[in-house]
Design a protein around this ligand. Structure first.
Ligand SMILES: Cc1cc2nc3c(=O)[nH]c(=O)nc-3n(C[C@H](O)[C@H](O)[C@H](O)COP(=O)(O)OP(=O)(O)OC[C@H]3O[C@@H](n4cnc5c(N)ncnc54)[C@H](O)[C@@H]3O)c2cc1C
Length: 370
């Protein structure tokens, strides 16, 4: 079997790339799982990016228009009139993208695991059957523990975090997420409550299961009200190279993830777009250069992540005082972008009073960001 492009991994990013390339080139996709979805993922996607990337509307479970931020002793809200983000159903998202790719001519091999390259061909395993596919270009879209990345000798200096998430019954404001930044509850990361309705939310955190249990208790949610439990990993940092010879990495396989929130669907899909352009123009290495805006966002996010790890809860409280002020709320409500934290920070830093407040709150944070 011979294709122009073989995509390894049919998560949101692999399927998105397949949809972009199918009908223009001979495309095949291999996916280890026997059905779509199932990954631990809150499924929150910025509304602007969702529309721009033309993601399938059928996947939207719930639109969100605001966020409640809580620290140990403070809280403030940011809200807009229209939806700022959507919570999606991962299975529907992946399946719909795959369905569109198949309709445009892509071949899918589900329940098929990529095990390595041999003599320039991809070795695959389906049940007890082993076979090979050859392609001009191979794409590793096989997630954070990418086998393709290992095969090309990609190296990483990333921080790998385990995420724990439940779907739980409770009482929630259906159009507001909650972001709890409290190192007493979890020193590693913030904890989140993302409602899919007024009665069910996805609640999670990165770090440890104990941290999630502490958070559930503090939030007044009963462990016996859990409907689903999932665990998964993210890598915050760099894995390089993104291209080696005729092999490219994209999505979580390339660690194209926001280090601030661990969201990876949008960055992965944007990079998949640049990868598709590079493949179609016959200039694969151009892909890396074309992703410069995402690389900037990752590098900015890594600086925030480093500063967050160095902050005490008292430092976080001082930052909350500034961000919870009327002026900061106005700037964030008017100018913040769900997927562009650099732009959000620049908007805040342009206000002298806010910048001075943040400098007083945490000089090291501001030095790192400027
Ligand atoms: C707890 C948690 C919450 C998260 N919440 C969000 C969120 O709210 N918003 C957001 O944007 N991101 C979130 N993320 C991150 C998000 O899940 C990833 O960034 C996203 O799934 C990346 O998509 P992908 O297609 O690159 O990789 P994946 O979704 O990991 O897909 C990779 C696919 O490759 C397949 N595969 C792997 N190895 C092989 C192989 N050898 N052969 C064949 N197939 C293979 C896998 O089965 C899988 O289907 C979260 C992550 C975690 C852990």
């Amino acid at each position: 079997m011979k294709y122009d492009v073989l995509i390894i991994g049919a998560g949101p990013v692999g399927n998105y790339l397949a949809r972009l390339l199918a009908g223009k080139l001979d495309v095949a996709v291999v996916e280890r799982k026997r059905s779509f979805g199932g990954k631990a993922c809150t499924g929150i996607i910025g509304a602007e990016s969702f529309e721009r990337l033309d993601l399938p509307k059928e996947a939207v479970l719930n639109p969100l228009r605001g966020a409640l931020f809580k620290s140990r002793i403070q809280s403030f809200e940011i809200a807009r009139k229209s939806a700022q983000a959507y919570v999606v159903d991962r299975k529907t998202l992946e399946r719909k993208l795959a369905e569109e790719a198949v309709r445009k001519g892509a071949d899918y091999f589900v329940g098929t695991t990529f095990t390595g390259f041999r003599d320039g061909r991809a070795r695959l395993q389906h049940l007890k059957e082993t076979f090979e596919i050859s392609a001009d270009i191979y794409v590793g879209a096989d997630g954070v523990a990418s086998t393709v990345a290992k095969e090309i000798g990609a190296e990483s200096d990333a921080e790998f975090l385990k995420g724990y998430e439940v779907e739980i019954v409770g009482e929630f404001r259906p159009d507001f997420v909650e972001v709890w930044v409290n190192k007493d509850l979890n020193p590693e990361f913030f904890s989140w409550v993302v409602p899919i309705s007024a009665n069910v939310a996805r609640v999670g955190t990165f770090g440890s299961l104990e941290a999630l249990n502490r958070f559930l208790r503090t939030r007044g949610l009963k462990p016996t009200s859990v409907l689903e439990f999932k665990a998964g990993s993210v890598g915050l940092g760099w894995r390089k190279p993104w291209v080696k010879g005729n092999v490219a990495l994209v999505g979580d396989a390339a660690l194209q993830i926001k280090p601030t929130t661990a969201g990876g669907i949008v960055f992965g899909a944007i990079c998949a777009y640049h990868l598709a352009e590079a493949i179609l123009s016959g200039d694969l290495p151009q892909y890396v250069a074309a992703c410069s805006a995402i690389r900037k966002q990752i590098s900015f996010g890594l600086r925030i992540r480093k500063a967050f790890k160095g902050l005490s809860q008292e430092g976080i409280e001082r930052i909350f005082e500034v961000l919870g002020s009327q002026e900061a709320k106005e700037v964030i409500e008017e100018q913040a972008d769900f997927d562009d934290h650099l732009r959000t920070f620049k908007a805040i830093a342009r206000r002298p009073k806010l910048l001075a407040g943040l400098l007083r709150a945490s000089p090291s944070l501001i030095r790192a960001l400027l």
